[in-house]
Each structure stands twice: as C-alpha cells, then as structure tokens.
Design a protein around this ligand. Structure first.
Ligand code: ATP
Ligand code: MG
Length: 447
C-alpha cells in the first residue's frame, strides 16, 4: 500500500491540533487518492476542535471563515489552503441538497457516517496511520464504490451524491456496489434539484474519467435527467456501411478514443446530437444524416449554456461540432484553404476529433492514412512558414492604401483575393508580386 505523502503543511496542522489536545485527521479524497498512488488535489482535515478552537490554534495564520456555520475554517499555512472541519453530524435534509442544521460531535465515527462513499471515509494522521471505521479500505482495494449506510436515504438527503457516485466510478474505474447502483438509478430524478453549476463540474469530471464510456452506458438514464435531449440518441439506428453501432454507442466509442480534456470530451459526447433529427432513410433502406453537424451545434449550444459552461467552452465545442465531419484535405492547397477558415488550433483539434470519430465506426482505421497526411501538411506548412491567413500575407492594408485603395471593404476584399491567389499558388507571397497583381487589377478596372 502506498505511503501517505502529506505535504508538510498538512502534517504541521495535524500536529498543532494534536498538541493542543484535539484529535485530527486528513480525511476523504486526499487519503483515498494517496492510497491509489495519485496526487490529491486538495487536503481536508477533520478534527474534534470546534471552529473557535481551530481559530485559536491557528491564530497566527490567515483564516477564512466562509464555511464556519458548517464547522469549516480555512487556514492558509505556508501557501497551502486547508479546510479544517469540526467532526459533525448533519440534521435533516430538506431540499435534497443541504442539511437544515448541523451539530458538532466529539466522535470521529459519527462524522464519517455522514460522508458519501466508504472510500471517502478513510482517515490518516502520523500517530494512528490509516484509520478505517467504515470498511473503506477493503472497498478501495477491491475497486468498489459503496454508499455509507442505506443508499436510498443517502441519495435522497443529497442528490449530488448520485452524480458524485457515477463520477467516481468513471474516474477511479471502480464498480458501483449493486444496492448502491440500483439506488442511483431509482433516485435519479432527484438530480433535478441540484444546481446546474454543480452538475456541470461532476459531468465534466465524469466525461474525463478513464471509464467514462461504460459509466455513460450503464447510467444513461441518469444523464438523461439533466440532458433529456440525449434520449434521441439511444437506439437511433445508423443503417449505413460506415457504422456498426447506434448513435449513442457510437458516441461512447468515440469518447474513449480522444484525450481526456474537457472540451474534446464534450465535443465527442455531443458531436452527433444532430443525427436523430437529420436522419433520412432512402429507398434502399440506407440512412443519411445530411447537415447533422450544423444542426447538432445548434442543439448543443443551449444545452451547454443551461449547464453553465463558460462562453469560451460553448464556442469552442459547438464550433468543433459544426465542422467535425469535414473531409480531410487531399492536397496541401486544400489544407491551406481549410487552415484559412478554421486556424491551426482547430485544424489540430479536427484531426483528433476525426480520428476518434472514426474509431467508433465500422472500419476504425479507414481514414488513418488521410489523417496522417492532414497532420503532415500542417507540419510542412508551419515549418516552411507558408502563408495560409491574412497575418502571413506579405502585404497588409497599409500597403494597399499606399497604392490608392482607401475604402475599408475594398481593402478587405483585395487582401482576401490575394490570400486566395497565394494559397492556390497562383501568386508568390512577396510584396512586389502581390502589389503588381493589385496594380494590374486596377488597370483592368480602369480600362
Ligand atoms: P475530489 O476532491 O477528487 O473531487 P473528494 O472526495 O475529495 O473528491 P471533496 O468535495 O473534496 O471530494 O470532499 C471531501 C470529502 O468530503 C469527501 O471525500 C467526502 O468524505 C466528503 N463529501 C464531499 N461531498 C460530499 C457529499 N455531497 N456528501 C457526503 N460527503 C461528501
Ligand atoms: Mg477533495
């Protein structure tokens, strides 16, 4: 079992509380992740000290009191912010999310019983080592996610746990224990009570997990609670020679074949949302999905906004969806034409998206060679500093003004005209050649 490599500040905080007579442990995700050999994102401390006692112990530090009504004092220790929470039991939950009241307790076990999953109840300090009062260690070792106590009660207390559960299953690659799993499905409607921001955070983490596809398949009905539009993908057939899966299963297969960054995973999850409405079956029984890229982008935009994704994420993801099915360029000229429209970043993303998309089809490797060529074109264009956009053009607006073109639109049209000539190799990208072109055009117009 890996050692707990707690940062010095965590050890100092635990030691200080201990020296002042208060039991204190690192708890939850930090212990779980350490034991799994991962670096924890944040360290939480649970202690018998009441908030005012914690504040006294750390009176020489910067303190943030925002969580104090729930027993949490945030202490800034040598640049690390630590949430130190008093052992507590939660009162009744009224809104499927927040306890109406909390009470402090001096018993660690009571504090652990309010936590969501057994693997999140593990504690550690230097004196006692790992403390496992709820069977979390065995579940961690067996890769099992199990609700603490009766699952129905725990999920109806706080519906966010439903989503945390499937997020952990995806990220940790754990199996959800059968009673917990059934309860997640049974209580899924409670998720309608959870704020969109919280859903978004969990959904993104879920999408980026190593087991995302399997979890999104098994718990598709949970996802459909906050993205009802996804239902149209379930069992939507694709009778084409290119596909072997229905639209939803195809989607999940593509997700596994792209790196786990939020925007790319969102793109793959949503890329075919336009297919069900665009599906047309011809007289031979074959399906066509003409226009599904643009339609999909339109369908997905309000979904992402509803889930409170940042505007930049909405723009990037819907932009990719709208181009995901573009043909890969066959020549360097076509590559530059594409680059001039979408830019180098989206061009690179498009290679990844098309590769992932294809991995979920009937012949997963059919376009590998084309995509390799697409990447080679870009490498060559960048290495040779070949021009593909107005920034790379050897003349600019001022140069055109100098030869007598003054109208803004005329300058814009002329620059784009020149760019087209350079890209299609009808004119070299040198000022003299380009200006000569302009002057010839001016003569023709006058003549
Ligand atoms: P991560 O930090 O990777 O998102 P985590 O389990 O550490 O996962 P935090 O939100 O940091 O999640 O919470 C710390 C601990 O607090 C959890 O491990 C768990 O013990 C407890 N906890 C958090 N959210 C809930 C909840 N909604 N219901 C019950 N216990 C919770
Ligand atoms: Mg955490």
């Amino acid at each position: 079992m890996p050692e707990i490599l707690a940062p010095e500040q965590v050890k100092t905080a635990l030691r200080r509380l201990h020296e002042n007579g208060f039991a204190a442990y690192a708890v939850g995700g930090c212990v779980r992740d350490s034991l799994l050999g991962k670096t924890p994102l944040d360290w939480d401390i649970t202690t018998a000290a009441r908030p005012e006692e914690t504040e006294r112990v750390f009176s020489d530090c910067r303190l943030i009191e925002t969580g104090v009504q729930h027993g949490t004092v945030t202490v800034l220790l040598d640049g690390l912010s630590l949430e130190i929470t008093t052992f507590r039991v939660d009162g009744d939950y009224l809104d499927a999310r927040h306890p109406a009241s909390i009470a402090f307790t001096s018993r660690l076990k009571e504090d652990l019983l309010r936590r969501d999953f057994t693997v999140n109840t593990l504690c550690w300090n230097e004196q006692d080592g790992i403390v496992d009062l709820c069977g979390g260690l065995a579940d961690l070792q067996n890769g099992i996610l199990r609700a603490v106590g009766a699952p129905d009660r725990r999920f109806s207390e706080d519906a966010l746990r439903i989503l945390r559960g499937i997020r952990f299953a995806s990220v940790l690659g754990f199996t959800i224990e059968p009673n917990t799993a059934e309860s997640i499905l049974r209580n899924r409607q409670l998720l309608t009570k959870v704020a969109a921001e919280r859903i978004r955070v969990e959904f993104s983490k879920l999408l980026c997990g190593k087991n995302a596809a399997a979890v999104l398949d098994r718990y598709r009905e949970v996802i459909a609670v906050f993205i009802p539009e996804v239902r149209t993908l379930f069992d939507c057939p694709q009778n084409t020679p290119y596909h072997r899966f229905d639209v939803y299963r195809h989607t999940l297969a593509t997700l596994e074949n792209i790196e786990p960054t939020e925007a790319l995973r969102l793109c793959m999850f949503f890329h075919d949302f336009g297919k069900p409405v665009c599906r047309k079956t011809d007289e031979n029984g074959q399906d066509h999905f003409k226009g599904h890229q643009k339609v999909g982008a339109e369908i997905v935009k309000p979904i992402l906004k509803r889930l409170r994704y940042e505007n930049s994420t909405v723009k990037t993801v819907t932009g990719w969806i709208a181009i995901h099915d573009l043909k890969s360029p066959k020549t360097k000229i076509e590559a530059k034409q594409l680059l001039s429209k979408i830019g180098a970043d989206d061009y690179r993303a498009l290679i990844k998206i098309k590769r992932a998309d294809n991995r979920g089809k009937a012949q997963p490797h059919a376009i590998d060679e084309k995509l390799r060529r697409m990447a080679d074109f870009l490498a060559e264009i960048l290495e040779n500093h070949e021009c593909y956009d107005l920034r790379g053009l050897a003349v600019n607006g001022d140069d055109l003004k100098a030869v007598g073109i003054t109208d803004g639109k005329a300058i814009c049209d002329a620059l784009n005209g020149l760019l087209g000539l350079v890209i299609t190799e009808q004119c070299g990208n040198e000022p003299s050649a380009l200006l000569a072109h302009i002057q010839r055009a001016q003569h023709t117009e006058i003549g």
